[in-house]
Design a protein around this ligand. Structure first.
Ligand code: 9MR
Length: 365
C-alpha cells in the first residue's frame, strides 16, 4: 500500500513537472515572434489526428511546403488549381494560425509549359497573370508571401534563371510591384538560403535596396536556415540580423532545420537541383539518434533561439521546415533514403531534447 502510494505520488509529480507542464512553442514565444512549420497536404487535410493536434498546439504560423508552388497551383496557361490552397486558408482560420504563402516566383518547380515559353513577351504575360491572379485571390486571407524565392547565386550575383534570361534583372522589382498591387494587405518577403553568408548577404542587401529605391514595398527577408547541427554559422547569422534589419525590414528564419548526417560535399547548399549518390558511412544512424548527437543538436538549437530572442522585434518569425523528423525533406536530400533527425519532434511526434532546450531559453534566457 505504502509502495503504491509512493508510485502514485511519483507519477503525479512527473505529470506536473514533466512535459504536461511545459508550455508549447507558440505559447512560450507568443510575445517574441511567430513560430511556424512547413505544412504538407496530409496535414492540411487533417488526415492524421495526432499531427493535427500537435500543429494546432505548437505553431502560430504555417508555410505550405509545396501546394502553392507554380507547378501545383498553376498547372496550365489558363488553369489554376486553388483547391488545396483554399483548404489551407480555411484550416488556418479555424486554428488561428497565420499563413505565409510560398511562393510566387521561383526558378524551381515550374510547370513544364513555362519552360517551353520561348519569347519574352509571353513569359512576361505569364509572370503578370501568375502573380496577379494568385496574390489577389489570397489578399487578406494569407498573412504574407514569399514573393521571390532563391534568385541569388552564392557570390551574390543574380541566378541565371529563365526569368533573368527573358525578363532582365528588373524582374525582381516587377514581381514585388505586381504583388504590392494585387495584395495590398499582405506582407511581401524575399526568401533565400545561405543569405547569412557574407557575399550572398551583400547581394541580397543590394537587391532589397534596389526594390526600395524603385519605391516598391518589401516588408522582410527570409533566411531559410538549412544548417548542420555541428556547424551553425552563428556569427554570420547575427551580422545578418543586424544588417538586414538596418534596411527597415523584418528578418525571419523561414525553413529552419539542423541536419545531423554527413555532408557529401564540403560546401553548404539547399539547392534542390543538386543531389549526390549514397555511399558507405553516409547514413550512420538508421536505428535512432545517439544521445551524443542529440545533445549537440539541442545545444545548437538553444544557441540559435537565444540569439533570436536577443533580436526580438527585429526577428519576427521562426519557421521549422516540417513537423517531425520522419517528414523532413532531409531524409531524401541530397542523398535519397537516409534517416535524418533535423527537427524538434521525433518520428512518433514526441518532443526531443532540442525541443525542451528551445523552450528553456525562455525560462533561463
Ligand atoms: O520541402 C520541399 C520538398 O518537399 C520538395 O520536394 C522540394 C522540391 O523543390 O522543395 C522543398 O522545399 C524547398 C523550399 O520550397 C525552398 N527552399 C528549399 C526547400 C527544401 O528543398
Amino acid at each position: 500500500m505504502i509502495q503504491r502510494s509512493i508510485l502514485v505520488t511519483t507519477l503525479l509529480t512527473a505529470a506536473l513537472t514533466g512535459p504536461a507542464q511545459t508550455p508549447t512553442l507558440r505559447e512560450a514565444f507568443k510575445d517574441d515572434f511567430l513560430i511556424g512549420m512547413a505544412i504538407n497536404t496530409r496535414q492540411i487535410e487533417e488526415k492524421d489526428p495526432a499531427a493535427a493536434r500537435l500543429i494546432q498546439q505548437q505553431f502560430s504560423a504555417v508555410t505550405p511546403e509545396n501546394i502553392m508552388k507554380a507547378e501545383i497551383i498553376h498547372p496550365g496557361w489558363d488553369v489554376y488549381n486553388f483547391d488545396l490552397a483554399d483548404k489551407l486558408v480555411a484550416y488556418a482560420q479555424k486554428n488561428n494560425i497565420k499563413v505565409n504563402a510560398h511562393n510566387l516566383i521561383w526558378h524551381s518547380q515550374l510547370p513544364g509549359y513555362v519552360h517551353r515559353i520561348n519569347n519574352a513577351d509571353s513569359l512576361r504575360t505569364w509572370f503578370t497573370n501568375h502573380i496577379t491572379t494568385i496574390a489577389s485571390r489570397y489578399d487578406g486571407k494569407v498573412y504574407s508571401w514569399d514573393v521571390v524565392n532563391e534568385a541569388l547565386n552564392e557570390d551574390g550575383t543574380l541566378r541565371n534563371s529563365v526569368f533573368l534570361q527573358k525578363l532582365g534583372p528588373d524582374y525582381l522589382i516587377e514581381a514585388f510591384r505586381l504583388a504590392q498591387k494585387a495584395a495590398p494587405h499582405t506582407k511581401l518577403y524575399y526568401n533565400d538560403y545561405n543569405i547569412e553568408q557574407p557575399k550572398k548577404r551583400a547581394g541580397a542587401i543590394a537587391l532589397i535596396k534596389k526594390i526600395q529605391a524603385a519605391g516598391v514595398r518589401v516588408d522582410g527577408v527570409g533566411i531559410q536556415g538549412h544548417w548542420r547541427a555541428n556547424n551553425v554559422p552563428m556569427a554570420d547569422i547575427e551580422a545578418s540580423i543586424r544588417e538586414f534589419s538596418a534596411l527597415g525590414i523584418e528578418v525571419m528564419f523561414t525553413e529552419l532545420d539542423l541536419g545531423v548526417l554527413p555532408n557529401p560535399w564540403d560546401n553548404t547548399t539547399a539547392d534542390v537541383g543538386q543531389t549526390a549518390a549514397n555511399r558507405a558511412g553516409m547514413n550512420p544512424y538508421p536505428g535512432g539518434l545517439p544521445d551524443s548527437v542529440a545533445d549537440i543538436q539541442a545545444k545548437a538549437y538553444a544557441d540559435l533561439f537565444r540569439l533570436f530572442l536577443k533580436y526580438k522585434g527585429k526577428v519576427t518569425r521562426i519557421t521549422f521546415w516540417g513537423l517531425d523528423d520522419g517528414m523532413s525533406w532531409l531524409n531524401d536530400w541530397p542523398i535519397r533514403g537516409r534517416t535524418n533527425y533535423p527537427l524538434l519532434f521525433d518520428r512518433n511526434y514526441q518532443p526531443k531534447k532540442a525541443y525542451f532546450n528551445v523552450i528553456a531559453t525562455k525560462q533561463q534566457p
